[in-house]
Every structure is written in structure tokens, then in C-alpha cells.
Design a protein around this ligand. Structure first.
Ligand SMILES: [Zn+2]
Length: 90
């Protein structure tokens, strides 16, 4: 009878109660919940996203306009180059 106390945070293998390190990958078990998961910091990320949203939207619109104008110019140039009969002036 084997009692599984926890699962390894690194490899997901079974880690028993008397073990301090993972038997498969050697990761420390006791410090895994606090040290191996530096993900939960929602408070410091949300204000940056809210403050940077306006600048991001402006940059997106400007970038879209630039790409749109560049695409129009490129399409006109391609049409001019691909059609021999197209010519400006008399
Ligand atoms: Zn492991």
C-alpha cells in the first residue's frame, strides 16, 4: 500500500510523504508550491494593461493606416508595372 502525498510540480510524478525530493526528476517537493510557481501576480499586471490600452489602440490604428496606405501604393505600383498600356499623360 502506497500513500501518495503530493505530485511533483515539475514532472507530475508521484511524490510520497517521506520524500523531500522527486524520485524521478529530483525537484524539491517542500518548496514547490511557493517557489516553482511565480505566476500569480494579477495585481501588478492589470494596471499596466489598462494604462497602456490607449497607446496600444493608437499604435494599432496608426500602424493599420500605414500598412493600408503602403498597400495601396504598392498595389498601384504593381498595377502600373504589370500593365504596359497604362501610362500617365498623353
Ligand atoms: Zn519530478
Amino acid at each position: 500500500m502506497t500513500i501518495t502525498a503530493n505530485r511533483c510540480a515539475r514532472c507530475g510524478g508521484p511524490v510520497y510523504a517521506h520524500q523531500r525530493f522527486c524520485e524521478q526528476c529530483g525537484a524539491p517537493v517542500g518548496a514547490s508550491p511557493g517557489a516553482a510557481a511565480p505566476v500569480g501576480q494579477p495585481g501588478s499586471v492589470a494596471p499596466q494593461r489598462q494604462s497602456g490600452m490607449t497607446g496600444c489602440c493608437v499604435a494599432a490604428v496608426v500602424g493599420f493606416l500605414i500598412v493600408f496606405c503602403f498597400g495601396l501604393a504598392l498595389a498601384a505600383l504593381a498595377a502600373y508595372l504589370l500593365s504596359p498600356s497604362f501610362s500617365f499623360g498623353p
